[in-house]
Design a protein around this ligand. Sequence first.
Ligand SMILES: NC(=O)c1ccc[n+]([C@@H]2O[C@H](COP(=O)([O-])OP(=O)(O)OC[C@H]3O[C@@H](n4cnc5c(N)ncnc54)[C@H](OP(=O)(O)O)[C@@H]3O)[C@@H](O)[C@H]2O)c1
Length: 225
Amino acid sequence: MARKIAILGGTGPEGSGLANRLARAGEHIVIGSREAARAQESAQQLRANIGGAAQIDGADNSAAAGQCDIAVLTLPFSGQAALLKQLKAIWKPGTIVIDTTVPLAATLGGSPTRLIGVWQGSAAEAAAELLPAGVSIAAAFHNLGAELLAGDGPVDCDVLVCSNDEKSKQVAMELAAKIPGVRALNGGKLENARIVESITALLIGLNIRYKVHSAGVRFTGLPAK
Ligand SMILES: NC(=O)c1ccc[n+]([C@@H]2O[C@H](COP(=O)([O-])OP(=O)(O)OC[C@H]3O[C@@H](n4cnc5c(N)ncnc54)[C@H](OP(=O)(O)O)[C@@H]3O)[C@@H](O)[C@H]2O)c1
């Protein structure tokens, strides 16, 4: 059976953008939301935009997580711990979680260009503590803004993938590379997510100062693929 990718919190711009790109690449997507009806509406909208044989369903976050092989977390940091606690008994063994969360101060009413301090070091490391044995995590997509993910044009960005689990890292890198223009880079251990998450705060500031929505990162001196 073809794998399914749940995008939890997928009704927002980042999750919808990733759903758009991954569905266009032929993946079967399940949008997750706190409200099943909202997820189904988003899924319907995405199918209409993409057309053709796009496979995108909608479900509440628990139902989406329980039927997936890969789950992408695209909700604010303020909701991450509660959702992961709710899902602890729901995950199928072997599920790969891909965390995109940036712990921006904005999630608690502060500035979108600053991070809040996370005791574990990063949102991804905080998430890792809330996963049961047999469910692994990679951190990815933090530096790829939602506006770049809408549509189908090529993006000019590297995506750093951090994980302590080789399979999760490989799967996240493979998904990132499906987005036209993206180069997936091995970002090392999950602890490096603290660096990658912080770059997003900097990118948001650059977007504001240069009045664009497209700031991203490219590393030089590395192989093209
Ligand atoms: N936006 C970007 O350009 C961007 C770029 C890189 C990384 N990210 C990261 O991606 C994540 C999503 O970003 P976004 O801009 O799409 O966020 P968002 O619009 O604020 O939230 C996404 C979805 O999360 C759900 N949600 C909101 N609060 C929640 C809570 N307390 N508990 C559970 N679910 C909640 C909502 O869906 P329902 O109401 O349908 O449940 C919402 O549509 C964030 O962690 C962000 O740091 C975003």
